[in-house]
Ligand binder design. Sequence first.
Ligand code: FAD
Length: 423
Amino acid sequence: MIATSTKHIQSEYDVVVVGGGPAGMAAALGAKEAGSDRVLMVDREKEAGGILLQCIHPGFGLQHFKEELTGPEYAQRFLEQVLEKDIDLACDAYVLDIDKDKRVKLMSGSEGVKVISTKATVLAMGARERTRGAIRTPGRRPSGVLTAGLAQKFVNMLGQLPGHRAVLLGSGDIGLIMARRLTLEGVAVAGVFELMPFANGLNRNIVQCLHDYDIPLHLSTTVVDIQGRDRVEKVTVAPVDEHLTPMMEKSWDIECDTLLLSIGLIPENELSHQLQLRIDPVTRGPVVNSMMETSMDGVFACGNVAHIHDLVDFVSQESLLAGRNAGWYVTQNRPPADNIRLIPGENVAYCVPHTISSDRNHTVYMRVRRPMQDCVLRLSDVYEKKIRYAFPAEMVNLKVRPKILENFHGDTLRVDIVPQEQA
Ligand SMILES: Cc1cc2nc3c(=O)[nH]c(=O)nc-3n(C[C@H](O)[C@H](O)[C@H](O)COP(=O)(O)OP(=O)(O)OC[C@H]3O[C@@H](n4cnc5c(N)ncnc54)[C@H](O)[C@@H]3O)c2cc1C
């Protein structure tokens, strides 16, 4: 990576971006592009780049750069632009607090505790992985139980193997990628176990990370016991019935020294809670309008803080928009307010943004609750689009243009994804 030396942090900025991952970098560029002179991006790590720095596999940037890059390559391209645009960067600096007047309190090795005044803030703190406690896996508490992302950091950044024989619980993308990575490093991967009857990762990862390496995927199966005193010695797995209750009589043991968990991400939302932002109970991120502005004036959110993304390209796209709007907020140049609220209907878990305006283009991101083939995405009775398939693991996105809302005069638009025969 290119060096990201911290400049002297000023005490006043137009826009402060919290988080220097792909969301933060794109937001900082967006704010600058929209005319904000003084932009600061803060990250608690020693280098900007976020989770991308540990993702040394390819698969990033196909949409944004039209070529396949690794995570660090994708991050580097953005970081070069950030440095070119004279955006101040504070790494190794942790944002402790943001108050109601948008004063940002941070703690850094070089500057100690500092309070910065700012006109607008962009929250881009990413997400954290769910751990064993979140799903209450029974059993003893030996070492060797860790999240897939942490194992990825050990292997790819620190050059350390987490164990010799691993079982994976959960079929999220990080777990699938780690199943392949560990196999390449000589670790025996006994299998991936998924509670739901469908996989939770992108189809391309199922094929490239499991099928290509003959790693079995057991759907409707979960870990029901962890055994071992100091270190994991074996785990017990069992199939589940239609109510997701384990069928213990059909359980079996697998000898292993490592259990990796890939059971989902949660938006990193301490600061959003401190600011008492309105939170969507489904995304667990802040409710945002089409400018990616939260329920607090001048506070914007994007990337995995707002909702969990599967492709980084969409993170960059959404975050550029959030940053631009933060910039326009500062220069008093903001677009007119939204006039339509989106309501998730049949088989739609959530829609982001939560509101849109009928007079400009939007990209609406959503996730389905259950897999469906040959379906129709319907916006109330004004628009329909055929979709070949929709999986909970793959975000669906829809371009909403003013033309399709020409004849719509309401203030709530219901979004459904239904089988073609019901449409
Ligand atoms: C293991 C893994 C594999 C992936 N594989 C792919 C892939 O193959 N292709 C693809 O397109 N996408 C992939 N993704 C998805 C993509 O990388 C993420 O969607 C994207 O990184 C999210 O960007 P973000 O900026 O929101 O969050 P992050 O990248 O998590 O960045 C958040 C940043 O905020 C900082 N931060 C948090 N809190 C604070 C604070 N209080 N103060 C200061 N700094 C703070 C963190 O240090 C971090 O640097 C993968 C993700 C993971 C986790």
